[in-house]
Design a protein around this ligand. Structure first.
Ligand code: TMP
Length: 216
């Protein structure tokens, strides 16, 4: 009999400057006080090998990779992240919170760069299988607002930010379409609200979905 997976897998998604990293940290702190074992991770990255692949993706010339090569690199990183970090954590009963997962490949490389979406779904099946996040929170905000917030983040990780506005508009529409197609998994939250209000909306969503609460 297959062993029952005990942990929960929650992903945060969205375009540039949506505040995912800050919100992930705050959600993790809140959850930790309730459920204890919470793993914070990110993509591309989240394992030693995937962090090395990240370096190939987030820096350098915009034209550095053709879109399909780029999608393959993201899935290679994802496979390593899944095997080394996510699945072991879920198996021991931890909650795993990931700053981005496969919806980012569908949005950025699929909707944004025009890689065939059926091929991306097939890559998902090959690399990830049938598992899905238990909940995906999409932080949505206008492209111009997000790019303004993200600009100057520095650290040489601005390859995607430098891509044109139309690209960012397509991926925003992509995330919203993904949410419409999978309403049982995805919740869209307005990321133009202030940080505390976004945190409160995320906590309310998680509390409702999983019946966890900080109330005594
Ligand atoms: P980050 O800025 O959220 O850390 O993510 C790094 C960049 O990688 C971000 O601009 C989005 C991009 N990305 C993709 O294009 N496809 C993917 O599958 C993932 C996970 C990220």
């Amino acid at each position: 009999m297959a062993q029952r997976r005990r942990g929960r897998f929650v992903t945060l998604e969205g375009g540039e400057g949506a505040g995912k990293s800050t919100q992930l940290r705050r959600l993790a702190a809140w959850l930790r006080s309730i459920v204890g074992d919470v793993v914070e991770t990110r993509e591309p990255g989240g394992s030693a090998g995937a962090e090395q692949i990240r370096g190939l993706l987030v820096a350098g010339d915009i034209e550095r990779w053709d879109p399909l090569t780029e999608a393959l690199l993201h899935f290679a990183a994802r496979r390593d992240h899944l095997v080394k970090t996510i699945l072991p954590a879920l198996a021991r009963g931890a909650w795993v919170l990931s700053d981005r997962f496969a919806d980012s490949t569908m949005a950025y490389q699929g909707y944004g760069h025009g890689v065939d979406r059926a091929s991306l779904a097939e890559l998902y099946r090959i690399c990830v299988g049938t598992m899905r996040p238990d909940l995906t929170i999409i932080l949505d905000l206008p492209v111009a607002t997000g790019l303004a917030r993200a600009s100057g983040r520095g650290a040489g990780e601005d390859r995607y930010e430098r891509m044109d506005l139309a690209f960012h508009e397509r991926l925003r529409d992509g995330f919203n379409e993904i949410a419409r197609n999978e309403p049982e998994r995805c919740v869209v939250i307005d990321a133009t609200l202030d940080e505390d209000a976004v945190h409160a909306a995320i906590v309310a969503t998680v509390a409702e979905r999983f019946a966890v609460s900080s109330a005594p």
